[in-house]
Design a protein around this ligand. Structure first.
Ligand code: ADP
Ligand code: MG
Length: 502
C-alpha cells in the first residue's frame, strides 16, 4: 500500500523474514530517481521542525503566561508550578556533617559532606552509587526501602576521618532526600507520592508519605537519621548551584526527562498560603515537561510517538526535547524513509519497527562522528538496527536528521529558558546602571554528553536575546547539583541552629 518507490518485489510479510534473507535482497538507494522521495520526506520534516527566532519568542511568551497561570491555580494549569517549601536556600555559611540520598533512576546515591561554614564551603565529600536490583523496582515498599536503609547503614558506619559530628549528645544525623518522582509536598520534609514513573511500580506506596516510609525503614535498621528536606532533582540543582553562586535564578534538567525550577518571590505567588519565609522567596518546581503551545509544530512522528506512549497527551514539551525520546523520533523518521522511500533497499529492516531500540546516546554518537566515511554511523546502523553496508550518502542523510531533531529540541529548551527569564524580567537590562548577572544551572546526561545539543542551546539563547542581555546570561553546567543540593538543603533547614547561618 502506498509504497512510493519500489522495484519488483518482496513486500508481503517482509518484516517476518529472517535477517540473512534480507541482506541478500536489500538494494541500496543510489540513483537520483530513488533519492527524490527520500529528499521530499526529509525536506518536509526539516521545514516542520525549523523554529525561527520569532517563533521561539512567541513560545517563550506562552511559557511566561502559563507560569503565571500555574502560580495562581492549584493544579488547574498545564504548568503545575509546585511549591517546594524551600524557605532557606543555602548561603555558604552552613556548617557540619550532612547526608543526601538521591533516588530517581536506575541507581541511587548516598552522599556525605562536611561543610566548613563561611568561605570554606564543602571541605570534604564522599559518595556511593548503588544499582537498584530490577526486581526491587517492581516489588514492595518494604523491600525497596529496606534495601536503601541497609546501604545507608553501611555508609554511615564507614564515616571516617574528616567528617565530624557533635557526638556529645546523641542525636540523629540529618539527611536531604532527592526523590525525583511526582510528589505532592506538604512541608519541606513531607509529601505523598502521586505516581511512580521511569519504570518503577512499587506496591503500597502511592498516596503514602515518602519521608515516613524512609524513616520507618531506617528505624528498623537502627539508622539514626532524620530527613530534614525532601526535594526533587530540579530543586536540588537550584540549591546546589545557588550555594556556589548568588546569581543563580533557575535550574534545568536535561536528562532522560526534562524539568525546570526557579526562584520566585512569595509576593508573586497568589496561591501561597500561610506565613511567608523570612527570605521572602521560595523555589518553584515548574514541571515544565508538560508545557504545550500552539507554537510547537507537532510532526506526524511526534504525534504517533505520543499516542503510543504510556502517557498520551501529557509531557509534550518533554517528548520534543528529552533524552528518552530524541533517538525514538529518529527511529520513526528512518522507518518512514525505509517504508515509503526504500532508504535501506526494498525490504524494511525489521529492527526499525522496534520502539525505543535506537537510544539517544547512539544517536549522539552518530551525530558527533567526524570520520571521513562516517564510520560510527555505519557501525551503529549495523549493530543496533542490523543494517549492513550503508553508503556514505545514506550516512550523511542520517547525520542531517540528527541535526534536525537535536537542534529542534535544543532550540525549544532555549525558548523555555527565555520564558523563565521573561517571567523574572531578566530578558532586558535593568533601567538604572546596576550590573546584572543571571545564572541558569543545567544538569542531566543529555546536556552533559550531547555536545551538539548543548552548543545549540547556548547559541540559540544568544540568537533570541539582544547582544547586551545575552552578555549577562550564564548557562552553567551544574555537575551533580541534585545530589549535593539535597545535603545543602538539609543543612539550611537543619533543626540544629549551630549548623545554619547566624
Ligand atoms: P536521569 O535523567 O535519568 O536522572 P541523567 O541525568 O544521567 O539521568 O541522564 C541520562 C540520560 O541522558 C539518558 O537517558 C540519555 O537520554 C541521556 N544521555 C546519556 N548519555 C548520553 C550521550 N552520550 N549522548 C546523548 N544523550 C545521553
Ligand atoms: Mg538525574
Amino acid at each position: 500500500m502506498g509504497k512510493a518507490v519500489v522495484a519488483a518485489v518482496v513486500v508481503a510479510g517482509a518484516a517476518a523474514v529472517a535477517g540473512a534473507a534480507l541482506v541478500v535482497r536489500r538494494r541500496m538507494v543510489t540513483s537520483a530517481a530513488r533519492w527524490a522521495p527520500v529528499m521530499q520526506i526529509v525536506e518536509e520534516f526539516k521545514k516542520q521542525c525549523a523554529m525561527s527566532a520569532t517563533r521561539l519568542n512567541q513560545l517563550a511568551n506562552d511559557m511566561a503566561i502559563k507560569m503565571e497561570a500555574g502560580l495562581e491555580s492549584d493544579g488547574g494549569s498545564e504548568l503545575k508550578m509546585l511549591l517546594s517549601y524551600v524557605d532557606n536556600l543555602p548561603t555558604g555559611d552552613e556548617k557540619g556533617l550532612f547526608y543526601a540520598l538521591d533516588l530517581g533512576g536506575t541507581n541511587f546515591r548516598i552522599i556525605r559532606v562536611q561543610l566548613g561554614g563561611q568561605g570554606k564551603r564543602v571541605v570534604k565529600q564522599e559518595f556511593v552509587e548503588v544499582a537498584i536490583p530490577p526486581k526491587l523496582m517492581v516489588g514492595t515498599v518494604d523491600d525497596l526501602f529496606d534495601f536503601i536503609a541497609a546501604e545507608l547503614e553501611d555508609f554511615v558506619n564507614s564515616e571516617g576521618e574528616g567528617f565530624h559530628f557533635p557526638d556529645d549528645d546523641y542525636r540523629p544525623r540529618e539527611i536531604g532526600f532527592t526523590f525525583s518522582f511526582p510528589v505532592k509536598q506538604s512541608s519541606i520534609a513531607s509529601g505523598v507520592l502521586v505516581k511512580w514513573t521511569k519504570g518503577f511500580n512499587i506496591t503500597n506506596m502511592v498516596g503514602e508519605d515518602v519521608v515516613a516510609e524512609l524513616s520507618r525503614a531506617m528505624a528498623k535498621r537502627d539508622v539514626n537519621m532524620r530527613v530534614a528536606a525532601l526535594v526533587n532533582d530540579t530543586i536540588g540543582t537550584v540549591a546546589g548551584a545557588r550555594y556556589h553562586d548568588k546569581d543563580v535564578v533557575a535550574g534545568v534538567i536535561l536528562g532522560t526527562g526534562t524539568n525546570a525550577a526557579y526562584i520566585e518571590r512569595i509576593q508573586a505567588i497568589p496561591k501561597w498560603r500561610g506565613t511567608p519565609p523570612k527570605s521572602g522567596e521560595t523555589v518553584i518546581n515548574m514541571e515544565w515537561g508538560n508545557f504545550q503551545s500552539s507554537h510547537f509544530t507537532i510532526t506526524e512522528y511526534d504525534l504517533a510517538l505520543d499516542l503510543e506512549s504510556l502517557n498520551p497527551g501529557e509531557q509534550i514539551f518533554e517528548k520534543l526535547i528529552a533524552g528518552m525520546y530524541l533517538g525514538e523520533i529518529l527511529r520513526r523518521v528512518l522507518l518512514k524513509l525505509a517504508e515509503r522511500a526504500a532508504l535501506f533497499g526494498d525490504v524494511v529492516p525489521p529492527k526499525l519497527n522496534e520502539p525505543f531500540i535506537l537510544k539517544t546516546p547512539a544517536m549522539s554518537a552518530m551525530h558527533h562522528d567526524t570520520s571521513w566515511n562516517l564510520r560510527v554511523v555505519g557501525r551503529k546502523l549495523k549493530e543496533i538496527l542490523g543494517i549492513q553496508n550503508t553508503s556514505l550518502k545514506v550516512r550523511k542523510l542520517i547525520v542531517k536528521l540528527c541535526d534536525i531533531i537535536a537542534y529542534r529540541g535544543a532550540r525549544l529548551a532555549a525558548a523555555g529558558i527565555l520564558g523563565i527569564l521573561k517571567k523574572l524580567g531578566r530578558n532586558t537590562l535593568p533601567k538604572d546602571d546596576i550590573k546584572q548577572r543571571t545564572v541558569i544551572a543545567v544538569d542531566g546526561g543529555l546536556f552533559e554528553h550531547y555536545t551538539k545539543f548543548s552548543k545549540c542551546l547556548n547559541s540559540t539563547l544568544a540568537e533570541i536575546l539582544s547582544k547586551e542581555v545575552a552578555a549577562t546570561i550564564v548557562i552553567d553546567h551544574a555537575n551533580d547539583g541534585s545530589g549535593i543540593g539535597a545535603a545543602l538543603l538539609a543543612a539550611s533547614h537543619s533543626q540544629y541552629l549551630e549548623h545554619r547561618e547566624s
